[in-house]
Design a protein around this ligand. Sequence first.
Ligand code: NAD
Length: 367
Amino acid sequence: MSETLKFAVLPGDGIGPEVMDVALEVLSAATKPEGISLDFSSADVGGIAIDNHGEALPESTLEVCRAADAILFGSVGGPKWESLPPKEQPERAALLPLRKEFSLFANIRPGLLFPELVDASPLKTERIPDGIDIVCIRELTGGIYFGQPKATRTLEDGQKEALDTMIYKTSEIERIAEVAAVAAYGRGKKVCSVDKANVLETSVLWRQTVTEYFKKNHPDLELSHMYVDNAAMQLARDPNQFDVLFTENMFGDILSDEMGVICGSLGMMSSASLGVSQNRFDKPFGLYEPAGGTAPDIAGQGIANPCAQILSAAMMLRYSFGYDAIADRIGNAVKKAVQDGVRTGDIAFGKTPVGTKEMAAAIIERL
Ligand code: NAD
C-alpha cells in the first residue's frame, strides 16, 4: 500500500537550511523504495521569519504545522537577531510557542556515541570502550518551570523574596512514564526514573505514581529509581548502566545537557518532542530537531554535520509515523558511514573531512 507522510519542514537559520536539505534527500531515498511518498511544506521560522514576516513564528507557519502530522525543525537564531528584546528573539519567540501550541510534553534525546567517536567524549575512553547508547526522556511542560505562583516581592525589611512552584499531578507523571516505557520496549527494556524523593513532595508523588504505573501496565519492564544527584554522578561514571532514563522538567534539563556533553559532538545529536495529540497515523504529533544550534561560525560553508538532522528525521519516522524498520536503516547507514571513516570536520579526528553533501551521499549509499 502506498502511503503519504505529511509533515512541516521548518529549516530556520544558519546551518539549519543546509542540513535540512540533505536530510530530506536521505528521508526520500529511505522511504521511496517502500512505496512511501513525502508530502512536506516548508515555512519560515526564527530569524528568517522575523526578516520576512516581522515575527519568529508567523501565523502562516503555524498553519503549515497544524495541517501536518509532524514537524521537522532545523535550528533558529544567530548574531543578527541577538540585539532584539529577549521575548522577540528567535529561540524564545519560536520554539516556546511551538511547544505550547502542540503541548509538546515529552522530550526524547538519544545519547548516542559510536565507538569510533569516543575521542569526542570528555570521559576516559576506557570507561566507554563501546561508545554510549542510552536515551534521556524529559518531561517538558510541567514542574518548576511552569508551576504557579511564580513571583518576586519586596519584604517589609526591604529584602526581596522570589518564589517558584514545583507542581506535578498524576496524569502528567503517567503520560511521561508511558513514553519511557514505549522507548524501553524498542531497546533494552530497562527504565530508570530519576527524582529527589528524599526531599521533594513532587518527587514522592512521582516515585509512587511511576511505581504503580509500571506495576499495572508494564510489569515486564525492569524499573529502577535513582536520586538526581546520584544520577548526575552515575552518568559521568558509567553512562551505559542506563538504558532509558526519565525524569521531570528541571532535572531533565540538566541531565540531558550532561548527557549531551559526554556524548561528544553536537553534530550527531538528535531529539524529539512529542505532543499530547495523536496524528492521522494514530501516533503522537511531534517536533524533531537536532540538539545543537545554528552554528553561525560555520554556516554557509557547506561543512556542517548533517547527521543530527538526519537522525532527527529518522526519529520522526519512528515516533510519529511508526516506521521503525526504516528509522533503524537510516540509523545504521549513519553508523556505517562514520565507521567507514566518512566524517565532517567536527568528528574528523585526523581524517580528511568531507562536506555536508558528501556526508549525506555516503549515508544514502549505505541505506
Ligand atoms: P551551536 O550549537 O550553534 O554551536 C556550538 C558549536 O557546535 C559551534 O562551534 C558549532 O560550529 C558546533 N556545531 C553545532 N552544530 C554542528 C553541526 N551540525 N556540525 C558541526 N558543528 C556543529 O550553539 P551556539 O553557538 O551557542 O548558538 C548559536 C545560535 O544558535 C544562537 O543564536 C543560539 O541561540 C541558537 N541555538 C538554537 C537552538 C535551537 O534552535 N534549538 C539551540 C541552541 C542554540
